[in-house]
Write a protein that binds this ligand. Structure first.
Ligand SMILES: Cc1cc2nc3c(=O)[nH]c(=O)nc-3n(C[C@H](O)[C@H](O)[C@H](O)COP(=O)(O)OP(=O)(O)OC[C@H]3O[C@@H](n4cnc5c(N)ncnc54)[C@H](O)[C@@H]3O)c2cc1C
Length: 357
């Protein structure tokens, strides 16, 4: 069966599907990578390359292959193991094991019949329909971008890269799955006394309930370990949302005196070295923190030149999306644009009874 673009849009309601859009080639490390050879022979039929093996990319790979076994589906993921952010707050409090969150990539690839390549995507050349990785390039007919998010430290530190690096290393966020989750857990369990601050990012960000949920789980650990600690939530919003009543009830009934919720705390300045956060609701010193800056679409979307511009021509940080299957305004493409689309993919999984989170 040949696959029309429309069919592919229907199948891949879970990622950024970018077809032959005329575009500027875009690279990172172009020269070095350009000399590498092809990792796979040219596609014989339709080959879809999925970049990013998180929830969205895995879902795309599985369902593309399931809907049409004749499509060659190649999933490229830089990490060796899958780690789930959903449920990771329960793991933070030792209420589920790491085995529950972490899985290998080979079993689903074998089960659903797509190819898994453990490599990092370094550049995308849309005109030539090539994805460049640290192991060589791969040609495609269709491209799905599912790279998740990136942290926008420049909102806090402007061009001060050293300060951004300091914050990233000393205050791992654990909003992108991986080593950060392990680091945060160690901090929480080793915390002895004082104020542990969580900053809620402004605007669109990955998993809106996550900071409130995380606060409750950290408070659970403090209470269980009889630690003299407080969890302070600095929220730019006027109230907890989503799930405000549920979180408020939990904070009042289970963690009174442990969790302090501060509304309207729009961040003015963060000093991770002096451990001070200045906000519109006052200044806060902290002993330790989960410093979460604003989020943006992942690097690959920037690499592919698919970030929307505002009226002044400045990048919005997010993909230019349309309402139906999130087509890009740059052409007939289906775009993954950060959290909203990620939520969509998970909702679809839930609808199909495949996701238990
Ligand atoms: C604490 C927490 C709790 C959450 N709980 C829930 C929940 O209960 N329910 C829910 O629906 N959602 C929840 N979420 C949100 C959920 O985690 C995200 O919506 C989901 O992870 C998005 O999946 P994704 O595939 O788009 O991104 P990711 O899971 O971030 O995956 C992106 C993948 O792309 C890979 N990648 C990136 N760049 C490259 C590159 N250059 N080359 C190769 N690979 C690359 C990354 O390594 C990664 O594996 C939670 C989030 C957090 C932080």
């Amino acid at each position: 069966m040949s696959v029309s673009r429309r069919d592919l849009f229907k199948l891949a309601g879970v990622g950024a599907l970018v077809s032959a859009l005329p575009s500027k080639p875009s690279f990172a490390a172009a020269e070095k990578v350009g000399k590498m050879g092809a990792m796979l022979p040219p596609p014989k039929g339709n080959r879809v390359v999925v970049c990013g093996g998180g929830w969205a990319g895995l879902t795309a790979a599985k369902y593309l292959k399931k809907e049409d076994p004749n499509i060659e589906v190649v999933l490229i993921e830089k990490r060796p193991n899958f780690l789930s952010c959903p449920i990771s707050n329960l793991w933070l409090a030792d209420l589920v094991s790491l085995d529950f969150l972490s899985h290998d990539y080979y079993q689903p690839a074998a089960k659903y019949g797509y190819k898994f390549i453990n490599a990092t995507v370094l550049g995308i050349e849309r005109d030539k329909k090539r994805v460049y990785t640290n192991k060589g390039y791969i040609e495609y007919n269709y491209l799905v971008l599912a790279p998740g998010i990136r942290y926008n430290y420049s909102a806090w530190f402007k061009d001060d890269k050293q300060m951004a690096e300091y914050a990233r290393v000393h205050y791992p966020l654990a909003f992108i799955p991986g080593s950060e989750n392990l680091a945060l857990k160690r901090k929480v369990w080793e915390f002895e006394e004082g104020d542990f601050v969580i900053t809620v990012p402004p605007g669109a960000y990955r998993c809106p309930p996550a900071p409130y949920e995380r606060a409750a789980m950290i408070a659970y650990v403090f209470k269980k370990n009889k630690v003299k600690g407080r969890v302070i939530i600095l929220d730019p919003k006027g109230d907890i949302a989503p799930k405000g009543p549920g979180f408020r009830a939990a904070y009042e009934q289970l963690y009174l005196g442990i969790i302090e919720y501060v509304p309207n705390a729009v961040i003015k300045e963060v000093d991770p070295v002096k451990k001070i956060i200045k906000t519109t609701a006052g200044d806060f010193k902290f002993t330790d923190a989960n410093l979460v800056p604003p989020h943006q679409a992942g690097d690959l979307v920037w690499m592919a030149d698919l970030i929307a511009k505002d009226k002044e021509g400045k990048p919005t940080g997010w993909v230019d999306q349309g309402p139906s299957y999130l087509p890009s305004k740059g052409g007939p493409a289906c775009i993954l644009g950060g959290r909203r689309h990620q939520w969509r993919s998970l909702s679809q999984e839930r609808t199909h009874g495949k996701f238990s989170g």
